[in-house]
Design a protein around this ligand. Structure first.
Ligand code: NAP
Length: 374
């Protein structure tokens, strides 16, 4: 692809640890927000506690993301998104865990990591989710010695063996199918008599002779001496107990949002997901959220990418509006109205600075966060 439209980033942008935009999380939504912000000439840092990609990177093959009719390994799609964000100038800092964020002077936000504190005029929260545990004896004890939450990472260890998969959703069925490449038998243990997974995955799973389904059953104990030997299960209807022999147990019973550091910072729902409006605005001015850790109807890469794009565009508009407030003394709402009348092209009708002023990395801090953009 020709890159002649890519503008060089200001080499001093973010050098002081102050950025136009700080993105927390480098899954598909965070990386997409990074592409939009960096391409909008905003100094942008993306903080990621692991390596980039989130759950996407752990997915063996992605078949429902547009543009890849043959499917694409999650790792490869991650690499492409990462390259796209960084080539536009986003500063991706992996293995950097965000511990807290708090308001700073001048309407800025401090984001405190295990390595440094960075400051942002705008924050985009894209912290993603982690796998839920099933909470049975043996699960924690055998973690890394037979219990796994990642078939892509650990599946090859079970060549010629048998494994159990707990759950009946997309992850359980799709990752179970992946495990049939290695294991001789994959026992899917599901608490109901009907799968939650999408229909194509179900059809493939039912047609695969290595996939065995154990219905209406939940795990009670993961058993073994030095390594996993099987799962004791209970039928939820008959209450009967039985043993499923397995050398490995893969747990796919859903996900939890990585939002512990956001308690009392932005509004979360009762399950810990970040509450936003339709423009990705959280309860705090200048703080946006996108991706799986945010409330939303589905958890899909295509959806996360759309939210990341919207959050990135909203970040830019917010900075334009704050620059206009500073330059003109007009209210945030007047500036926003002026900017939208001007087609996002500058604050002409509000009589102030346009996108250029707002987007410059070394510019003055945004106006006080007292004026909510919502
Ligand atoms: P999920 O859709 O929430 O499914 C979790 C599964 O685990 C359900 O079958 C659930 O049973 C079962 N379960 C939950 N708690 C349990 C417990 N304590 N004991 C036993 N079983 C339990 O989670 P997921 O499969 O990880 O998927 C998460 C999201 O990512 C979903 O929105 C999914 O669509 C999406 N995703 C999409 C794709 C794709 O499009 N290819 C791939 C992977 C994930 P019930 O069915 O009885 O509730």
């Amino acid at each position: 692809m020709a890159l002649e439209f890519i503008l060089p980033q200001d080499p001093h942008a973010g050098a002081s640890g102050t950025f136009d935009v700080v993105i927390v999380g480098a899954g598909p939504s965070g990386l997409t927000a990074g592409i939009y912000c960096a391409r909008g000439r905003l100094s942008t840092v993306i903080l990621e506690r692991n390596t980039a990609g989130g759950q996407m990177a752990l997915t063996e093959r992605i078949e429902n993301y547009p543009g890849f009719p043959e499917g694409i390994p999650g790792f490869d799609l991650t690499e492409k998104m990462k390259k796209q964000a960084t080539q536009f100038g986003a500063d991706l800092r992996e293995i950097t865990t965000v511990a807290a964020m708090e308001p700073a002077e001048g309407g800025l936000w401090s984001v405190i990591t295990d390595q440094e504190t960075v400051t942002g005029k705008v924050i985009i929260l894209a912290p993603g989710v982690v796998p839920k545990t099933v909470g049975v004896p043996g699960e924690a004890e055998f973690l890394g010695r037979g219990v796994s939450y990642c078939a892509t990472c650990d599946g090859a260890l079970y060549r010629g063996k048998q494994v159990a998969v707990i759950g009946g959703g997309d992850s359980a069925v799709e990752e179970g199918l992946f495990l049939t490449k290695f294991a001789d038998a994959v026992h899917v243990i599901h608490r109901r008599d009907e799968l939650r997974a999408n229909k194509i995955a179900q059809e493939r799973a039912f047609a695969n002779r290595k996939m065995h389904f154990i219905w209406d059953s939940v795990p009670r104990v993961i058993r073994g001496e030095t390594k996993v030997e099987g799962v004791e299960i209970q039928n939820v209807k008959t209450k009967a107990l039985s043993m499923v022999p397995a050398d490995g147990v893969f747990i796919y019973v859903g996900q939890l949002p990585n939002t512990g550091f956001l308690v009392n910072v932005v509004e979360l729902d009762q399950w810990g997901y970040i509450v936003t409006d339709e423009l990705m605005r959280t309860s705090q001015p200048g703080v946006f959220a996108c991706g799986d850790a945010k409330i939303g109807p589905i958890k899909q890469i295509a959806w996360a990418v759309g939210e990341g794009a919207l959050a990135g565009i909203q970040a830019e508009k917010y900075l334009d509006s704050m620059a206009c407030v500073q330059a003109t003394g007009a209210s945030a709402s007047a500036c926003e109205a002026g900017l939208s009348e001007a087609g996002g092209d500058g604050a002409a009708s509000a009589g102030g600075a346009g996108a250029e002023g707002a987007a410059s990395a070394g510019g003055e801090p945004a106006a006080s966060g007292d004026e909510s953009p919502s």
